[in-house]
Write a protein that binds this ligand. Structure first.
Ligand SMILES: Cc1cc2nc3c(=O)[nH]c(=O)nc-3n(C[C@H](O)[C@H](O)[C@H](O)COP(=O)(O)OP(=O)(O)OC[C@H]3O[C@@H](n4cnc5c(N)ncnc54)[C@H](O)[C@@H]3O)c2cc1C
Length: 333
């Protein structure tokens, strides 16, 4: 029996901006709340009040912004100290997170603290015929889908895979409550003190946020050839990804790694260049909406998941593709 019908969404933010996939979590919460006849609350840490309207437009009924100078940098510890008392007080039916590295870590910590169940990387949340909530999530590196029925009144902790719950567009006529709350964190509760934040140079787009990912494997031969992927990614306004050996070789940063031990992406378009298509790589990208593979070997396993395959040398094909896309998309591309 579902008692509370409130869905609480933890809104991930950074550098005073809301992460795009937080809107997806709000949208998913809205759909479930409508089906249950419930409400959607959003919790933000340290953002400016003006940013909260966009959460209301995407479906939040109320937005709480916890304010504290310590939220200039948000650590797992600070987030946990903020959300745990709120969940204890509000007793929501479910708490939604984005299944980012940070969201997965925070949701797991919260579920351990509250001693309640956790569902990670959810790809669908629906209401069944008897009014039960049904959740699907990939398991075994995406080889199987687990179907779960939520039991009891919660709180159920769920992290939602990015790029799956995209809504059509925000409704700017929606009105909701936005509240700034002075949130105290006793100094002695924080074990971790941030002394300095060093940003990664280059300002590259995050692969998990990009709608287009152009990825390279060992078939790119050497790190210098990744410029060909960067050129194409720039024209398509996408991000550059990589297979694990490329990262292990030090050709690209770990933040670029796609796969079982890297990032999971679900972009509109994934272009795999010189990537064989191991199960570990497929685990991170096979759910992309459209996959193009470029590989010299016609028997490469990547072709089994590709929508379009190009058999040939990626080093020759990439500049031609970039040029064609540039012509089609114009200089704005
Ligand atoms: C526990 C575990 C976890 C792992 N996690 C990950 C992970 O998260 N992500 C990941 O990617 N891997 C992961 N791996 C490694 C994985 O098993 C593969 O070894 C790896 O994905 C292969 O990378 P690759 O496709 O770049 O290289 P290769 O398998 O060597 O493939 C290179 C491909 O390039 C093609 N090629 C060569 N030259 C050209 C050219 N000029 N033009 C076009 N094609 C060309 C070849 O035909 C070949 O298919 C993991 C392995 C283990 C055991």
């Amino acid at each position: 029996m579902i008692v509370s019908k409130k869905i609480l969404v933890f809104v991930e933010s950074g550098e005073n901006a809301i992460k795009p996939f937080a809107f997806e979590a709000i949208h998913a919460a809205r759909i479930l709340a409508d089906a249950l006849g419930g409400s959607v609350d959003a919790l933000c840490l340290g953002i400016e009040k003006s940013l909260a309207d966009s959460l209301v437009h995407w479906g939040a009924d109320s937005v709480k912004i916890f304010v504290n100078p310590l939220f200039e940098t948000i650590t797992l510890e600070k987030a946990l100290l903020s959300i745990e008392p709120l969940v204890n007080e509000q007793k929501p039916y479910a708490v939604f997170f984005s299944a980012t590295t940070y969201g997965k870590e925070l949701s797991a910590s919260l579920s351990a603290k509250l001693n309640v169940g956790l569902l990670t990387d959810c790809v669908s949340i629906d209401l069944g015929k008897q009014g039960e909530v049904l959740v699907r999530r990939p398991v075994y590196a995406g080889k199987a889908i687990s179907h779960v029925t939520l039991q009891g009144s919660g709180p159920h902790i769920l992290s939602l895979r990015q790029n799956v719950f995209r809504g059509p567009s925000p409704d700017i006529s929606r009105i909701g409550k936005v509240k700034l709350i002075d949130f105290k964190i006793p100094d002695d509760r924080l074990v971790l003190k941030i002394r300095e934040v060093v940003r990664e140079s280059g300002g590259q787009m995050d692969v998990t946020e990009a709608r287009v990912v152009v990825s390279g494997g060992l078939g790119m031969q050497k790190p210098e050839n990744f410029i060909l992927l960067e050129d194409l990614a720039q024209v398509l306004r996408g991000a550059v990804g990589a297979s694990r050996p490329v990262v292990d070789n030090g050709w690209r940063n770990y933040s670029n790694q796609i796969g079982q031990t890297g990032r999971t992406v679900q972009p509109d378009l994934y272009i795999a260049c010189g990537i064989s298509g191991s199960v570990q790589h497929l685990a991170g990208m096979s759910a992309a909406k459209c996959i193009i593979a470029i590989n010299k070997d016609p028997n490469a396993p990547i072709f089994s998941v590709a929508d379009y395959g190009i058999i040939g040398d990626a080093l020759e094909i990439l500049p031609l593709l970039t040029e064609e896309f540039r012509k089609v998309l114009g200089s704005s591309g």
